[in-house]
Design a protein around this ligand. Structure first.
Ligand code: KIV
Ligand code: ZN
Length: 397
């Protein structure tokens, strides 16, 4: 019997991820990604910030219409106009969630909002009250929570919980906290605010100090039951916590992280490839789990050990996260069949009518490069789709 506690995965690739420089997505791209995320098994897809643009509104509406087995969240500030726009975008969603936020740190209050603490508390309370007129599920985020006064933070959380917010998110907006400190904060919120009520505490970590995943896992260990993250860790500045790293850590270190998610880990690599294709850049080669070197062994002593027993140097198998075993190395002598097979492994179905064209691009590239990597293949698909000769940034022979 699986006795692990369930942690909900809230994917914000389409919202916080899209806020990263150069990551804006069109509606059809957001829809393709949303379908992939639903198949991956995320619990919540945050599809956009409807008041921000008509494009975002349409994307949230389209995802809400199409993705019926997940919760679809729309972000809004605390003003009534924002909330109504989010509610309109979510109309018809099978499982809608309004996600409203306001900053609680003194630095944001003074320099960004120009509001006092009582004014922020009122705005938060009123926003949740309004949002609850439209949907049953309301999430409240205290922006910059990790630099906020803990007493005030808990007062705001308590007020919004009274108004019916059932998910309280504790964002480390500027990626400032550390695992020990964040775990303590989560525990404090659970003790002082949740106090037995049916409220889920949520972690949302940015990666400015490279600690987003560690902080998210510390939050889960402290009792957070929702983690907000993005595929490939894309997001503002240094990005958000990477979904694939969180899931893999829980899988490999079940002894220390006894949490279950709904994620089908074998879909992680395909999801990473799709995000790379859509945003036009891949992850760095040494990126954990999905980087092209994540399972590559160069040093002779390592190769020897891995050949005898992969567990010598591999703590998880490439297959367990959907990385194809690179038994077939693609190069200029490879044929159409091998190419189509690799695309299928990466989660792409290439119509035979497109294969000729893509194969032509492939052989031209193979003439110039010694090795063709999966991300090159994704770039070829993207280039074929928009008829350009663009290549992914950062992929070298
Ligand atoms: O980082 C942040 O504070 C956010 C909130 C809007 C949740 O993205
Ligand atoms: Zn964020």
């Amino acid at each position: 019997m699986d006795t692990r506690e369930r942690v909900h995965i809230f994917d914000t690739t389409l919202r916080d991820g899209e806020q990263a420089p150069g990551c804006s997505m069109h509606l059809d791209e957001k829809l393709r990604l949303a379908r992939k995320l639903e198949r991956l098994g995320v619990d919540v897809i945050e599809a956009g910030f409807p008041i921000a643009s008509d494009g975002d509104f349409d994307a949230v509406a389209a995802v809400a219409h199409e993705c019926r087995s997940v919760t679809v969240a729309a972000l809004c500030r605390t003003s009534e106009g924002d909330i109504v726009r989010a509610a309109e975008a979510l109309e018809g969603a099978a499982h809608p969630r309004i996600h409203t936020f306001i900053a609680t740190s003194d630095i944001h209050l003074e320099f960004k909002l120009g509001k006092t603490r009582p004014e922020v508390l009122d705005a938060a309370r009123r926003a949740v009250r309004i949002a609850r007129r439209y949907v049953d599920e309301v999430e409240f985020s205290a922006e910059d929570a990790t630099r906020s006064d803990v007493g005030f933070l808990c007062d705001v959380f308590d007020a919004v919980a009274e108004e019916g917010a059932t998910i309280l998110n504790v964002p480390d907006t500027v990626g400032y906290t550390t695992p020990g400190e964040y775990g303590e904060l989560i525990r404090t919120v659970i003790d002082r605010v949740v106090a037995g009520r049916p409220i889920q505490v949520s972690a949302h970590c940015h990666n400015d100090l490279g600690l987003a995943v560690a902080n998210s896992l510390a939050a889960a260990s402290a009792g957070a039951r929702q983690i907000e993250c993005t595929i490939n860790g894309i997001g503002e500045r240094a990005g958000n916590a990477a979904l694939e790293e969180i899931v893999a850590a829980m899988q490999v270190r079940r002894d220390r992280l006894p949490f279950a998610t709904g994620i089908d880990a074998t879909q992680l690599y395909a999801a990473s490839c799709l995000v790379a294709e859509v945003v036009g850049f891949g992850v760095q080669p040494n990126k954990a789990i999905v980087g092209r070197n994540a399972f590559a062994h160069e040093a002779g002593i390592h190769q020897h050990g891995v050949l005898k027993n992969p567990l010598c140097y591999e703590i998880l198998t490439p297959e367990s996260v959907g990385v194809p075993s690179n038994a077939i190395v693609l190069g200029k002598h490879s044929g159409r069949h091998a190419l189509a097979l690799r695309y299928a492994e990466l989660g792409y179905t290439v119509a035979s009518t497109d294969l000729d064209r893509i194969y032509h691009r492939f052989t031209a590239l193979a003439d110039r490069k010694k090795r063709i990597f999966d991300q090159d293949l994704i770039s070829l698909i993207a280039a074929d789709r928009d008829g350009s000769s663009r290549a992914l940034v950062g992929i070298r022979a």
